[in-house]
Design a protein around this ligand. Structure first.
Ligand SMILES: [Zn+2]
Length: 266
């Protein structure tokens, strides 16, 4: 685990934070909610076979725990593409309190008191914060989104539409499946190299007929190449599969699982 990461336990609630982010934020775990069965207990997904009322109560508890306004939670729509949307006042609450009007794996904002949240159960969710301009974002990327360059695209949208500055922007890559656990066939490294070129090669290990891709390493490299300072790009170092005692891992559970959230709020 990166030295800036903190494990926060408060009653039944368990989540992780990063000391480099001086705003309200959390990487949630399985614990702190009211869901039961395979979604026990802090499931934040409406598409996991959970009771809708339980999911809504989980959002209320997350809001109370982290001191954010539950009515302003705004959600990503995770389709493994690379669309980035700006959350303006007319979009606040999307995905929780009003229908989703975007297909955006990443959302960014300059609005205060607006918790943005993306979801993970092995995929990399990155929290973005620029202290110079008070802007923030959340970016979901599995290998497809990573290959499609959604992380540098999110940085570009923050810069172009919100005025964020690359030389002060901080990025924290959250708990996610790491190289030693992320075993794939050749299709994944092949697709990533087709889209990102030779830069991915140092992040791919061959083990017999299988491959192990370092998604976080690629994410860090893409963000540094996008102009972020190396000291401002933080890889949490937490593997959801190794730490399935605290996190749902898609691979570990064979997809029978709830989903965690990575939240940031200016
Ligand atoms: Zn692992």
């Amino acid at each position: 685990m990166h030295e800036s990461m903190r494990r926060v336990q408060h009653g039944p609630f368990l989540y992780y934070t990063c000391s480099r982010l001086p705003v309200r934020h959390a990487f949630t775990t399985r614990f702190g909610g009211v869901s039961t069965g395979h979604c026990e207990s802090l499931n934040l997904g409406f598409n996991r076979g959970d009771e809708e009322a339980n999911v809504r109560e989980n959002y209320r508890r997350l809001a109370a725990e982290t001191g954010v306004d539950e009515t302003r939670f705004t959600l990503t729509k995770q389709i493994h593409e690379s669309e980035v949307s700006v959350v303006t006042e007319d979009k606040v609450g999307m995905g929780l309190h009003r229908p989703m009007a975007w297909q955006s794996d990443a959302i960014v904002t300059a609005l205060p008191d607006t918790p943005l949240i993306g979801f993970y159960a092995d995929c990399v969710v990155t929290l973005l914060y620029d202290p110079a301009t008070r802007t923030a974002g959340v970016c979901h990327s599995g290998w497809r989104g990573m290959a499609a360059g959604i992380l540098p695209k999110a940085v570009s949208v923050m810069e172009a539409q919100l005025g964020a500055r690359r030389d002060s922007l901080i990025a924290v890559l959250g708990p996610s499946i790491r190289q030693e656990c992320f075993e794939t066939d050749a299709d994944v490294p092949t697709a990533m190299e087709q889209q990102l070129g030779a830069l991915v090669r140092p992040y791919i290990a061959e083990k017999g007929v299988k491959f192990h891709v370092d998604l976080q390493g690629i994410g860090v490299k893409l963000l540094e190449d996008a102009g972020l300072r190396p000291e401002n790009v933080i890889d949490s170092g937490i593997c959801t599969m190794c730490r399935s005692d605290e996190f749902w891992s898609h691979r570990k559970t064979h997809g029978v699982r709830g989903v965690q959230g990575a939240m940031i709020c200016l």
